[in-house]
Ligand binder design. Sequence first.
Ligand code: BGC
Length: 874
Amino acid sequence: MKTLLLIPITLNLISAVRCIIVSEAAAAGANANQTSPPYYPSPWGTGDTAVEWAEAYDKARSFVSKLTLLEKVNLTTGAGWQTERCVGQTGSIPRLGFRSLCLQDSPMGVRNTDYNTAFPGGVTVAATFDRGLMYARGYAMGEEFRDKGVDVQLGPVAGPLGRHPDGGRNWEGFSPDPVLTGIGMAQTIKGIQDAGTIACAKHYILNEQEHFRQGQERGITDGVPVKESLSSNIDDRTMHELYLWPFADAVRAGVGSVMCSYNQINNSYGCQNSAILNHLLKDELGFPGFVLSDWGAHHSGVGSALAGLDMSMPGDTAFNSGASFWGGNLTLAVLNSSVPEWRIDDMAHRIVAAWYKVGRDKTQVPINFDSWTLETNGYEYFFSKEGDSQAIVNQHIDVRRNHRDLVRNVASRGTVLLKNTNNTLPLKNPRFIAIIGQDAGDNAAGPNGCDDRGCGNGTLAQGWGSGTANYPYLITPANAIQNQANEDGAVVQAIFDNNALEKIENVVKQASVALVFVSSDSGEGYITVDGNIGDRNNLTLWHGGEQLVKTASANCNNTIVIMHTVGPVLVDAFVDDPNVTAIVWAGLPGQESGNSIADILYGRVNPGGKSPFTWGKKRGDYGPEIIYRAESAVPQANFEEGVYIDYRAFDKASIDPVFEFGFGLSYTTFAYSNLQIINVKAGPYVPGSGTTDPAPETTNPASDEDLDQYRFPDGAPRIKSYIYPYLPEDASVNAGNDTDSIPTGAYDTSPQPILPAGGAPGGNPSLYDVLYHVTATVTNTGDITGEEVAQLYVSLGGPDDPPVVLRGFERLSIGPKGTTTFAVDLTRRDLANWDVVKQDWVVSERAKTVYVGSSSRKLELKGTIPAVKVVETQ
Ligand code: BGC
């Protein structure tokens, strides 16, 4: 006899079956207290829609068919915070030699270990606009994770996308432009997974600010007790055209896992929101991999399972509580049928298929590091201090190879030259170099002196939080410049004290060039630095940077400003100062910081990076503010600006930026000519149709006859706070009978309709058909070889469309006076809008304009795609 016992459900709406609901709110815009439509059942992964997944699913099905219920639960639930060695680890299946899966930060290198590489931040690789470098960085990271024994690298990041220029974690991702971020995601994922590690696209979705991402994290603000995480409220069109876009690219690139986020989306938590997990991710985007929760973003047992969550991380409800929404509670929920068996099978299939897809059966090595200590020996179980106290927990394996060369290359290629009066740069053998600013030097406490880089001391080469990696060393700008200056026989005087203004005046007066290093930092909300709770409080330079520049430029008419920042800063105070002869944005370069900036300053590398965001004159120009102070128990972030963030917002409101998106100078110059738009005459759009197979039957149903088989084995050692799959001690499968809270349709196993916009990983394959082939000629009009990021923008032509949106780019290397062809294939998705009524992408009948140029505001070439009668078969 099976009856129902329900584990806490906090679903917001539980009424409709799997059907498409276009609520007025969804079509009309983002409203406070907007709700999230229910979507059930949770799509079952099959691997049928993509050849790359088919074989992995076959193997996964065969493996899972051998598993007991307890073993399946072990795949889905973490062992608890700091219980094992990785930041997250699942249970294991010793009977079949299947080790506990190791999930480890970060998107820029292996976190919390040694002999690893600290790669450049996402924002810097974005600034290269170089697909090859994006892939190479991903591959190199994948190798390092793999060789440390990691199964899942917790990155890359497309959420935050960058709604707010001051959002704390923007730098972990790529850019507020969805196309640039989408390409960054796809290339990084392919790299990581080709190296044999599962990538994780995070944080899904609308995790745009740190304040209130976890309701409790910041407690009371202005007297309002915050009870729940902030809700990002969004309309359906903005979701598709902006925030979901790069996740579609991630899924299309074959990403194995997706991390759901802390925040709520339309007032339903990210890890139990059936609209974003079941509908958008698993159905429309056809995601065959698994969804894991952010650490502590899991809020319900049955509810999250039915809404599409596949893995609970780190497994415990509150860290080290010893309790879990899943673990033994999931075992119970399956036994009493609250969670159908096909759903837990589906979780297991998805996890194991991702594992096979990237070849973990061949590439896995033992976990050879410990996130919680760098000592060689330590307790087997860190949190409980149990097991062998002298276990070898760190083998200090050097996984770096020659990745330092790649780091240096990415960082110099991702450096953006913003101003260069009279070719001040590259430096021409200056006799006396003044190096000014703490951002040029060491952190007195050492490069890893602040946990998770949570301070702003010394040169800034990564932000702070879980998105970091320990430095194996950090080449400071002062070191690298000094090395070159020694070869050149120059004099160097460095002052790292930003308050020593008088001394600075005296030194820069003697200098042939003053190199002023300034910074602006941000990070994850669990660390507050200088009053910044993850998110930046403003866009000004840190440590008195503005005053530093002014002091130097007032005393030296050859002042060069180098900025290490997580995003845009306000430069209005000095950008037009004639004594500031050059400005360089060096982003977050990672461990080779000094070498990469010296390569640019001395002209060993001709700069070709472009800004992956807009530099405004004031914060207000960017639009929506971060919610720093809560006004309600559940803070409501209404994304009322729609698709207008970053350059789209500036362009719409005709606001002049200081430097626009896509802008960046070179030591040479380029010209654009000869735009050609060729209609490739693709076939008509074929909306998805038909139905899926029914839910697969479970091959080894769990029996509820003998409950003792699910209880903690007599006499077995029990590690404190460890999460096990065994039934809770007081559990009874007959404890309740509450079907009312089960969302309608959640248990439906019948074939489900294939969505018009769905059908394969990344959505309907015909969205990626090429409709137009665009070419243009780019000429290097100067005397030295240079690299130019040619860019293609489109105006979709509708009254609600941004003036231009980026749709293609290529980084071209061109010899002196040479020419090359820039080519972009425009796909159907590139030319379409999301139609909220049809629930599909539609290429409108409006004429579209294609622009090619060197930035979002320097669009040298223009052509038209004539208005066409829509031939879509809808
Ligand atoms: C962060 C994630 C990270 C996880 C594990 C969370 O607080 O939001 O990005 O992967 O912790 O460290």
